[in-house]
Design a protein around this ligand. Structure first.
Ligand code: ZN
Length: 397
């Protein structure tokens, strides 16, 4: 974190702050001390996500629809193979993507699933509905849970980022499956810039180089440590145990024309509308309870570890699940900024009590050990202790 980033700056339109880090190639992520690019603002004080939203109001969606139809025509398979890949676990976004591609754009998507770290019941129900109600072929891959628990444990301790090894695995999964099945087109959902996780890209293409790391697998980083260090510490682990986490290497893409496109570039994407679409067409069901740390019931509900992940994000950057949900809803015009602030006052930073102990147990920590690790990651410019209680600093409310 750079010096000037110790002054928290809030977006004028939504509730995001300059503490939000950009997405990075995690296999190069050595530690939390590494300098990171964070969310930036324009001269009006609007964050990238809000600038992006304003820009998108001027888009001619009919033209984009035509562009999408052209892409589909180019990749539509004539040999009875699948035409494209949609990766997901039966969340509302993947349900929407696969369904609209199949039934509106007449594509034949293969759906693929990289299994969550700790599945929730509602997530399992939705994955089943995706296949049975939506009507898709699906390949589901589950990474070795014993290895994953070690990597998650290390990543929590080193980076306070328990989901990072999972995210490393899922990142290259679609590209690997595309190659395996000789399918040249992969669709992702919303563009990263919609959430301020990256600068706006010039077109629909996900830069494939983000998936590549030509380093020897022993030198790549998982959970803040090099694979060779992890193997030294847990000497029963072998090279094969790291297969799911291996990034692509440049050679993998020689003679294979891989196109990864954001469907969100072509289609107007409102998470609330996407939720209704997924419910009506693929049997998506929201959770019975609101998510700890927010007020929503339908985003990121398939993995118990996600609940802890959002809490860790809140500790490290002061940006919790509620703020992410509310900011998105402010940008889409569903709530006002003031309503968003009130929601954050009420819910942001709630401890993820529903699943925390399951997550700690999976990583092999007691509750107290885990809390000690969490408290070590509270930056001084965001937190102070008063009367034995943690208090936020530099907050708008
Ligand atoms: Zn904003």
């Amino acid at each position: 974190m750079t010096e000037d980033n110790k002054i928290v700056k809030h977006c004028k339109l939504c509730l995001m702050t300059n503490q939000k880090p950009f997405s990075i190639n995690e296999t190069k992520n050595q530690s939390t001390n590494q300098k990171k690019t964070t969310l930036s603002f324009d001269e009006n004080g609007n964050c990238i996500a809000c600038q992006n939203k304003i820009f998108k109001k001027g888009i001619n969606w009919k033209e984009r629809d035509k562009e999408l139809r052209d892409v589909c025509d180019k990749y539509r398979s004539n040999d009875k193979n699948y035409d494209c890949i949609v990766s997901g676990s039966g969340g509302k976004d993947s349900m929407f993507q696969a369904h609209i591609l199949k039934y509106k754009y007449k594509m034949n998507p293969l759906t693929i699933t990289y299994s969550p770290i700790l599945k929730t019941n509602i997530g399992v129900e939705n994955l089943t509905n995706w296949i049975n109600v939506g009507g898709f072929d699906n390949y589901t891959f589950s990474a070795n849970g014993k290895v994953l628990s070690i990597l998650t444990r290390e990543s929590f301790k080193n980076l306070l980022h328990p989901s990072q090894p999972f995210k490393i695995g899922i990142k290259t999964f679609a590209a690997k499956m595309a190659k395996k099945f000789d399918i040249n087109l992969v669709f992702y959902g919303e563009e990263y810039s919609d959430y301020g996780s990256a600068k706006m890209l010039p077109d629909a293409h996900y830069p494939v180089e983000w998936l590549i790391n030509d380093e020897d697998v022993n030198n790549i980083y998982i959970g803040g440590s090099q694979v060779k260090e992890i193997k030294k510490k847990y000497n029963f682990l072998t090279d094969q145990d790291f297969i799911p986490y291996k990034p692509l290497i440049s050679k993998d893409l020689v003679n294979f024309d891989l196109n990864v496109l954001f469907l969100g570039y072509f289609l107007k994407w409102d998470p609330q509308e996407v939720y209704y679409y997924a419910s009506n067409n693929s049997g998506f069901v929201p959770d019975d309870y609101k998510s700890d740390g927010s007020y929503g019931r339908y985003s990121s509900i398939d993995d118990k570890m996600e609940y802890l992940h959002f809490y860790c994000h809140y500790i490290k950057f002061g940006i919790g699940r509620c703020r992410l949900d509310a900011s998105q809803e402010i940008r889409n015009g569903h709530i006002t900024r003031e309503e968003g602030v009130n929601l954050c006052k009420k819910y942001e930073g709630e401890f993820p009590k529903r699943y925390a102990n399951d997550c700690f147990k999976f990583m092999g920590y007691t509750h107290d050990e885990a809390i000690k690790i969490i408290d070590k990651f509270r930056p001084e410019h965001l937190w102070m202790k008063k009367n034995n209680k943690w208090i936020r600093k530099q907050e708008i409310f």
